[in-house]
Design a protein around this ligand. Structure first.
Ligand code: TYM
Length: 346
């Protein structure tokens, strides 16, 4: 037995989805449906590592599901579900809490950023967050995980957890007959971090990542912004005064220009070099309106579709339930082996 190609990725329902989530992740999920078995998860259990109002969490969960569908993910082809429906995520995360080391968690830059100076007062869940993320991925023995650049360290940790589990339990894995040809139970997952949009930056400051937590609404384009707002935010984006360079190397040291060219490239499925071949030498007075028009042409129809779907929450909930059942069947098959490997009696 070897691992069959399977893609898993997750998005937190914690506040507004933005252009970085779309270009760094959701848009890239769509074509993978045609080449891989694909599982896309709304990670509501990750979201509550920081406080979420229950009603806001429900709304945000449906919003992420609506974004998946509006972006072109087909809930029949892919599995779309919210994490908490499949209780095995929590079960495997506990086992991984006992495999991973506290030192590994303390080294996570995302934890350090979120906890700040207050690391004694944040939730225990925030520290253990990467262990749950490893459980998300490995429950499905996913071989590839498309994410933005900021998740790279978490995926390295997932590989470390898989390797340590495979190693610690090697004898038991062999006895259960659940190993692949190399004696592994869990695959060593490959991150898929590629393309021009792995790290979309703030529209106000090209050195800061576009993020849900930035206090300035002008720093990001929300997937629920309408055409007018999208266009205004792009036209107001901070830039340096120089025109666009004549080759892609000329973007080095110009974070705002690099970011806007990257956004154009990702929205039009081109490389940055192709965008520069078209717009090299152009001033912002030409490039920004072109980018605004492109962004509106891609995002406005998606925005309309998201709103249409959100008007009918029962249909979204039914899709999530159906996905949860399909995901649950795969998850339970993995957990049957895991319980056996670990030595739990059932
Ligand atoms: P989250 O919810 O913060 O972000 C969801 C996805 O969007 C990507 N992303 C970006 N990409 C480019 N530029 C940006 N400015 C930007 N901001 C966010 C993220 O890299 C991510 O791919 N821990 C994860 C959720 C998660 C997960 C998983 C992902 C839980 N379990 C299993 C993959 C596999 C997170 O907080 O993503």
């Amino acid at each position: 037995m070897n691992f069959s190609p399977r893609v898993f990725s997750g998005i937190q329902p914690s506040g507004d989805l933005h252009l970085g989530n779309y270009l760094g992740a959701i848009r890239r999920f769509v074509p993978l449906q045609h080449t891989h078995e694909t599982i896309y998860c709304v990670v509501d259990m990750h979201a509550i590592t920081v406080w979420q109002e229950p009603d806001a969490l429900r709304r945000a969960t449906r919003e992420v599901a609506a974004a998946f569908i509006a972006a072109g993910i087909d809930p029949k082809k892919s599995i779309i579900f919210n994490q908490s429906q499949v209780v095995q995520h929590a079960e495997l995360a506990w086992i991984f809490n006992c495999v991973a080391r506290i030192g590994w968690m303390n080294r996570m830059t995302q934890f350090k950023d979120k906890a700040g100076k207050n690391s004694e007062a944040v939730s225990l869940g925030l520290l253990a967050y990467p262990s749950l993320m490893a459980a998300d991925i490995l429950l499905y023995k996913a071989t590839e995980v498309p994410v933005g650049d900021d998740q790279k360290q978490h995926l390295e940790l997932t590989r470390d957890i898989a390797a340590k589990f495979n190693n610690d339990y090697a004898k038991s894995i062999a006895e259960t007959g659940a190993a692949n040809v190399d004696g592994e139970f869990f695959p060593i997952t490959e991150p898929l971090i590629a393309g021009p949009a792995t790290r979309i930056m703030s529209l106000r400051d090209g050195t800061k990542k576009m993020s849900k937590s930035d206090p300035s609404d002008q720093s990001r384009i929300s997937l629920l912004d309408d055409a007018d707002v999208i266009s205004k935010k792009i036209k107001k984006a901070t830039t340096d005064p120089a025109e666009l360079p004549s080759d892609v190397e000329g973007l080095a040291g110009r974070p705002e220009a690099d970011n806007l060219v990257g956004i154009y490239a990702a929205l039009s499925d081109k490389t940055k070099a192709e965008v520069i071949a078209e717009y090299g030498g152009a001033g912002w007075g030409k490039f920004k309106p072109a980018l605004a028009e492109l962004a509106v042409s891609v995002l406005a129809p998606m925005n309309n579709e998201m709103r249409r779907l959100l008007d009918d929450p029962a249909t979204i909930d039914a899709i999530l339930r159906d996905g949860g059942e399909r995901a649950g069947a795969i998850a339970e098959a993995t957990m049957k082996d895991v319980r056996n490997i670990v030595g739990f009696i059932r």
